[in-house]
Design a protein around this ligand. Structure first.
Ligand SMILES: NC(=O)c1ccc[n+]([C@@H]2O[C@H](COP(=O)([O-])OP(=O)(O)OC[C@H]3O[C@@H](n4cnc5c(N)ncnc54)[C@H](OP(=O)(O)O)[C@@H]3O)[C@@H](O)[C@H]2O)c1
Length: 275
């Protein structure tokens, strides 16, 4: 992997699989833009990257449980950089992060939908002009095999809430967005793919869910790096991968009407102009 001259933004890179991916990309020569909420964790990663002589990463602190936080992150990246070759939308919370109960974001949206999906949707749109100007460029949405169809009559899951369904709904939303955006970006030189990195990696999200890990961050990290930098996926777009292999997502992902509905809702919720 040679990433010399490439600039990569990885959300949620202060911990877990994002941290692994950021360190690997820096080692391959990329200028890495690391992101998270926790300054101490970011400093430890930056020290590690610098200590190995792999250039100076830039840390962006932003809480993606608010759309204003996502907007500020995009504005800071756009102000600081003339190019963006890869955007990896990886930040997320699990089905039991801070408890399985229903909580809402600063904007009043169901929290897992907001952090795992809406913030990435907004960031991708706000960064799109820079990604297009840097083409060929890539967007990688880190989703999951855990997928639950969206009930458009109750997207914020006000009835019958459970954290597992909310997590899985947010992950399917990412995959639907990936397919939808790939169609919109046809011919632009920007590709967008999503993936399930690996099952129950040994990360904070999994451990705090009380789940015994069965994969390593290296396994999931290599799957993300494959979509971010692999030669064999150059030009491929709108696809879902399970690890290193192309896979089928939940049937709702292939329902064009459902994707259109999700797009309209997401534009409305994020305050972006309708296309
Ligand atoms: N672990 C698995 O087995 C697995 C399986 C399938 C998919 N995934 C997906 O892989 C991605 C990474 O997960 P992980 O297992 O590496 O999780 P993790 O170790 O818990 O790391 C999550 C990252 O997201 C950031 N984050 C969480 N909430 C945030 C918020 N409100 N605003 C900004 N940043 C926030 C965290 O930043 P802080 O340092 O500030 O907390 C951290 O950097 C997620 O999208 C997850 O759904 C994981």
């Amino acid at each position: 992997m040679n990433m010399d001259g490439k600039t990569v933004l990885i959300t949620g890179s202060t911990d877990g699989v994002g941290r692994y991916v950021a360190a690997k990309l820096a080692a391959a020569g990329a200028k890495v833009l690391i992101h998270g909420r926790d300054e101490a964790r970011a400093k430890s990663l930056a020290d590690e990257i610098r200590g190995r002589g792999h250039g100076e990463p830039t840390f962006y602190q932003a809480d993606l449980s608010s759309l204003a936080g996502a907007r500020r992150l995009a504005e800071a990246v756009l102000a600081d950089h003339r190019r963006l070759d890869v955007f990896i939308s990886n930040a997320g919370i699990g089905s039991r992060t801070s408890g399985p109960e229903r909580r809402t974001s600063a904007d009043g949206h169901e929290l897992r939908f907001a952090v795992n999906y809406l913030s990435g949707f907004l960031l991708a749109h706000l960064l799109l002009a820079l990604l297009k100007a840097s083409a060929p460029s890539r967007i990688v949405n880190v989703a999951s095999l855990g997928q639950h169809p969206i009930d458009f009559d109750d997207v914020m899951i006000t009835k019958g809430y459970n954290g597992t369904r909310a997590y899985a709904q947010s992950k399917l939303a990412q995959i639907m967005f990936t397919i939808d955006l790939a169609e919109q970006l046809g011919g632009s030189g920007v590709t967008v793919n999503s993936l399930h990195p690996a099952t129950y990696m040994n990360t904070t999200m999994v451990r705090e869910g009380g789940i015994t890990p069965i994969s390593t961050v290296e396994q999931g990290g290599e799957a993300i790096l494959h979509l971010a930098a692999g030669d064999d996926v150059a030009g491929k777009t709108g696809l879902f991968f399970n690890g290193l292999r192309q896979a089928e997502a939940n049937p709702q992902a292939y329902d064009a009407a459902a994707r259109k509905r999700l797009r309209a809702l997401s534009l409305e919720l994020t305050g972006l102009p309708a296309a």
